[in-house]
Design a protein around this ligand. Structure first.
Ligand code: XMP
Length: 326
């Protein structure tokens, strides 16, 4: 019979056998998959595991802290944090095209990760240890999707499977390769991964970079972060985290409209709420949120984020719209 514990036991034995006394690296994104994969490997080989967290500056408010405090410190997992926000922002300067942004973010991510990786390898080497393995949180649907290539979710270039260069000299450990998301969540709970991470909704690898329609700048990121924080807070308070698949918040940075805020006329940006319900992100329907909740979110955003003077609700299913706007 399948139980989370039986999978954990089997995987731990297999990981120990494979790894021996070598060192292991794992990239952490803050998402469910990599967090659970790392927790599992950590359970198997303890401090032989070093995680790498690349902060690309396109994260939502509090995300890095969540990984740092709730996850890593709480579970005793060693993480090397690299702040690469300046590099990503620099590379994105002047770029508005969605695919262009994705390519740049993907490329810079690999570069940042490789640099961090080289440091971990060097530090291990100095201590007489050798890094031989790389953990990836690949799930069964990722395997199928990257092989099939016909799904609507593949319309955009994703950076999950095969997001790392081929020439890495590490052997892969993919302990979740046969599992579905629900099973991974169950495993995470059993391993003691904090609920905020286990329950986390999908968030794209390119982060807020593809939720700013137009050029990505630090100022725009701050506006989007503030609005997104309010939306997440209100949806959670309304008890909708399980009901809503995800709710991208999108800044239409190049669009401005006239408004009246406080004492006078404003010329601000609109922000889009994109709450969707879905089973697998391949298709989705827009969530029929309670109007009072929508009103509350709208008021909070326009009161607290002065640059935003309009809140817009996206009522398009997928297809024809994708979940993300880019
Ligand atoms: P779309 O916008 O194609 O999104 O309907 C489908 C699902 O995929 C997520 N998404 C991504 N996830 N890297 C990711 O890891 C990406 O580049 C990426 N683009 C979209 C999106 O949030 C939704 O859950």
């Amino acid at each position: 019979v399948w139980t989370p514990q039986s999978i954990i036991d089997t995987q731990i034995a297999a990981i120990r056998e494979k790894v021996g006394d070598a060192q292991v690296i794992c990239g952490l994104s803050g998402g469910v998959d990599s967090s659970v994969a790392a927790a599992l490997v950590h359970r198997a080989v303890g401090d032989q595991l070093t995680c790498i967290f690349v902060d690309h500056g396109l994260l939502r408010a509090g995300e890095r802290e969540q990984v740092e405090k709730d996850y890593a410190a709480g579970m005793g997992i060693r993480v090397k944090y690299v702040d690469e926000s300046a590099r990503f922002l620099g590379a994105l300067r002047g770029v508005s095209d969605p695919e262009q942004k994705r390519k740049i973010i993907g490329r810079e991510f690999i570069r940042s990760f490789e640099a961090a990786q080289r440091e971990v390898v060097a530090e291990a080497g100095a201590a007489g240890k050798e890094v031989k393995f790389l953990v990836q949180g690949t799930l069964y649907p990722d395997v199928v999707e990257s092989g099939g290539g016909t799904g609507t979710a593949n319309i955009k270039s994703h950076h999950n499977v095969g997001g790392l260069p081929e020439d890495l000299k590490f052997e892969l450990i993919e302990p979740l390769r046969q599992l579905f998301k629900d099973e991974v969540r169950a495993l995470g709970r059993e391993l003691g991964v904090p609920e905020v991470i286990v329950k986390r909704q999908p968030f794209p690898g390119p982060g807020l970079g593809i939720r700013i329609i137009g050029e990505v700048t630090e100022e725009r990121l701050e506006i989007l972060r503030a609005a997104d924080f309010i939306v997440r807070r209100e949806l959670t308070a309304a008890g909708l985290d399980d009901e809503i698949w995800q709710c991208p918040v999108v800044l239409l940075a190049d669009v401005r409209s006239v408004g009246v805020q406080g004492d006078g006329r404003t010329y601000g940006n609109p922000i889009v709420l994109r709450p969707v319900s879905s089973e697998d992100a391949m298709t989705a329907d827009w969530s029929r949120l309670d109007w009072d909740l929508v009103a509350r979110i709208s008021n909070e955003i326009t009161n607290q984020v002065p640059e935003i003077n309009r809140v817009v609700l996206d009522c398009t299913s997928k297809p024809p719209g994708t979940i993300e706007w880019e």
